[in-house]
Design a binder for this molecule. Structure first.
Ligand code: PSU
Ligand code: MN
Length: 304
């Protein structure tokens, strides 16, 4: 068994069977600028506590896989330079070489599953990038959702992605995509998109039950819960469309590829919206954390 390094809070929660919600760390190191990244990470952890669960932020620090970070570790990670971005392909290599890396959605799901954690809150998942028909850029997050039994609460997928293709791939992989409380698949910074979500649920109990049933039926993989951004925090799709197009064309011109694409686009959109994208991002991650905590609480009531 791989040694997992639990924070004091998470190890206590495990002993007491208190619900736990996993959190990723790439959003901290590659998704938001310092110092807001550390403030937001701490705030999201607190939202989970206020909702009756315990947060477990995942990261690899000097070759150790941490399930839950102490406040000083979170602070250090948020300021560290050159932190690797870890997905399924690189997590074991990072541990083996004593490296430090932040976990993407895929790597966080793997860590959560190793630690027996069933629910994970984030902002947006990786997906099929625009132009994937030539670049083949499809996030490993989608395959992870098909393989690892963790329910992931996100605000849909960003319009930096090809959202219809992302939904098609999720369908092909047999991943349940469940909009929470509405019919439309939410579009990250906007609560609505013009795409219908394949499934809808209005109650965290149903989401917990569906997760549990998949396990009982022997179906591998998780669920994607698409939770719309609160209306007061959203930015309209019309406002964002030209900004996203500009960011994408700069990425193409500068030849950004591979792991660099998503962080590059997020940073450019932050600059081009003069920080508004970050304000919306913070609101939706906090909203996702609260829903994830409710689902985790319901799952604790369902025996294995
Ligand atoms: N999408 C976002 N915000 C993010 C990410 C994606 O809206 O911060 C991060 C997540 O960690 C996600 C990763 O797992 O980027 C996907 O990267 P890639 O597209 O390289 O697989
Ligand atoms: Mn990619």
């Amino acid at each position: 068994m791989i040694p997992l390094h639990y924070s004091s809070e998470v190890s206590q929660a495990k002993a007491d069977a208190i619900p736990i919600v996993a959190l990723e760390s790439t959003i901290i190191t590659h998704g938001m600028p310092y110092p807001q990244n550390v403030e937001v990470a701490a705030q999201v952890e607190q939202d989970i506590r206020d909702s009756g669960a315990v947060p477990a932020t995942m990261a690899v620090v000097q070759g150790r896989l941490h399930v839950g970070l102490e406040p000083d570790q979170l602070q250090d990670l948020g300021q560290a330079k050159g932190v690797a971005k870890l997905s399924r392909a690189d997590m074991a290599a990072c541990i083996a070489t004593g490296g430090t890396g932040a976990t993407t959605v895929a790597a966080t799901m793997i860590a959560a599953h190793l630690a027996g954690i069933k629910v994970f809150a984030t902002g947006g998942i990786g997906g099929v990038h625009k132009g994937a028909e030539t670049s083949f850029d499809i996030s490993a997050d989608l395959h992870e959702l098909a393989a690892t039994p963790v329910t992931v609460v996100a605000a849909g997928a960003k319009a930096i992605l090809d959202v219809p293709k992302t939904l098609e791939v999720l369908e092909t992989l047999g991943v349940p995509v469940i909009a929470y409380g509405q019919d439309a698949f939410p579009a990250f910074w906007s609560s609505q998109s013009d795409l219908a979500a394949p499934l809808r649920m209005d109650d965290p109990v149903q989401i917990a039950r569906a997760h549990h049933l998949r396990g009982q039926m022997g179906l591998p993989g998780g669920q994607l819960i698409a939770n719309p951004i609160p209306a007061e925090a959203e930015i309209s799709a019309e406002t964002l469309a030209p900004i996203i197009a500009q960011a994408q064309s700069q990425a193409d011109t500068q030849g950004v590829t591979g792991k660099g694409v998503t962080p590059f686009l997020l940073q450019r959109i932050f600059e081009l919206t003069e920080g508004r994208s970050l304000t919306a991002n913070i609101a939706l991650v906090r909203n996702n954390a609260r829903l994830a905590a409710q689902i985790a609480r319901e799952l604790v009531n369902l025996c294995d």
